[in-house]
Write a protein that binds this ligand. Structure first.
Ligand SMILES: Nc1ncnc2c1ncn2[C@@H]1O[C@H](COP(=O)(O)OP(=O)(O)OP(=O)(O)O)[C@@H](O)[C@H]1O
Ligand SMILES: [Mg+2]
Length: 239
C-alpha cells in the first residue's frame, strides 16, 4: 500500500482539501483508493459519504479514534491528519507514510506554524535520511499578490521539493460540498484549475515509483496502537 500523509499543525491550511483531491486523483487513475480520516472533525469522512455513486470509488477509513493499519493489498492510501498533532503522533503517522504532503497558506501565522511543524518533522529518521520525502504545496494562492510572493520565498527556503501552488478557487468549496474533486468536475474552467495539481501529482508519483525502502524498524511509538485522547482535540481550528 503506497501511503501519502497530508499534514501540518496549522489548522485550515487545506489538509482535507489536498487529501480528498489526492484520493480522488488516485481513484480516477484506476488505483484502489483509500482515504483515512484521523481528524475528529470527520471532514474527509463526510466528504466520502457525500461522494455520488458512479464516481471513481474512494473507500473511507475512520481513524478518528484510533489510527488503524493500512489496508492489505496494492493500492493508494491517503491519510488526512488533524492539525493538533503531538510529537509521538507525528512520528507514528510519518512512520506509515511513503511521502508527506504539507499544504501551506500564505500569511505570517501560517508560516510560523509550518516552521514549527518542520522542526518536528525533520529530525525524524525517515525524513532526515530522505527515505520519506516531504512535498510542500502552497495553497489558496492569488497570483500577483504580495502574500503569494512571500509564500513562494518561504516554501523555497524550507529546502524540500515544492509542488507549485494551488490557486484560491471557488471550485474547491463546490467540490467539497458535493463529495467531489477537481478531478470529477467537467468544463474548461475546472480543467484550468486542475492543472495546478500536475506538479503535486508528479512529485507523489516520483515517490511511488522510487525503489521500495527496506522494512521499517518498529519504534516504540509505532508499536503501540495510537489512540487519540480527548485532550488531543484542541487547536484544530484557526483556518
Ligand atoms: N485552494 C483553495 N481555494 C479555495 N478554498 C480552499 C482552497 N483550499 C481549501 N479551501 C477551503 O478552505 C477551508 C479549509 O480547508 P480544509 O478544510 O481543507 O483545511 P484543513 O487544513 O483540513 O482544516 P482543519 O485543520 O480544520 O482540518 C475549506 O472551506 C476549503 O474548502
Ligand atoms: Mg481537515
Amino acid at each position: 500500500m503506497f501511503t501519502v500523509l497530508v499534514a501540518n499543525i496549522k489548522g485550515g491550511c487545506g489538509k482535507t482539501t489536498v487529501a480528498t483531491h489526492l484520493a480522488a486523483a488516485f481513484a480516477a487513475a484506476g488505483h484502489a483508493a483509500y482515504l483515512a480520516d484521523a481528524d475528529r472533525q470527520r471532514s474527509s469522512l463526510g466528504w466520502a459519504a457525500r461522494r455520488p455513486a458512479g464516481r471513481p470509488p474512494v473507500r473511507a477509513l475512520d481513524w478518528t479514534r484510533e489510527v488503524g493499519a493500512p489496508p492489505p493489498g496494492i493500492g493508494r492510501l491517503v491519510i488526512d491528519a488533524p492539525a493538533a498533532l503531538k510529537g509521538r503522533q507525528i512520528e507514528a503517522l510519518v512512520g506509515m507514510a511513503d511521502v508527506v504532503v504539507v499544504p501551506v497558506l500564505p500569511g505570517a501565522f501560517d508560516e510560523q506554524a509550518t516552521r514549527r511543524f518542520f522542526e518536528r518533522l525533520e529530525p525524524l529518521k525517515a525524513v532526515a535520511k530522505g527515505r520519506t520525502p516531504v512535498v510542500v504545496v502552497g495553497n489558496r494562492v492569488r497570483v500577483g499578490t504580495r502574500a503569494s510572493g512571500r509564500l513562494g520565498q518561504f516554501v523555497a527556503a524550507l529546502g524540500h521539493p515544492v509542488a507549485g501552488s494551488l490557486r484560491d478557487s471557488q471550485f474547491y468549496g463546490d467540490a467539497a460540498a458535493g463529495g467531489l474533486s477537481l478531478f470529477d468536475l467537467p468544463g474548461r474552467r475546472a480543467l484550468a484549475v486542475r492543472a495546478d495539481w500536475e506538479p503535486v501529482l508528479a512529485l507523489v508519483e516520483a515517490a511511488a515509483s522510487a525503489p521500495p525502502a527496506p522494512p521499517r524498524a518498529t519504534t516504540a511509538a509505532s508499536a503501540k496502537p495510537l489512540v487519540w485522547r480527548a485532550s488531543d482535540d484542541g487547536g484544530s481550528s484557526g483556518g
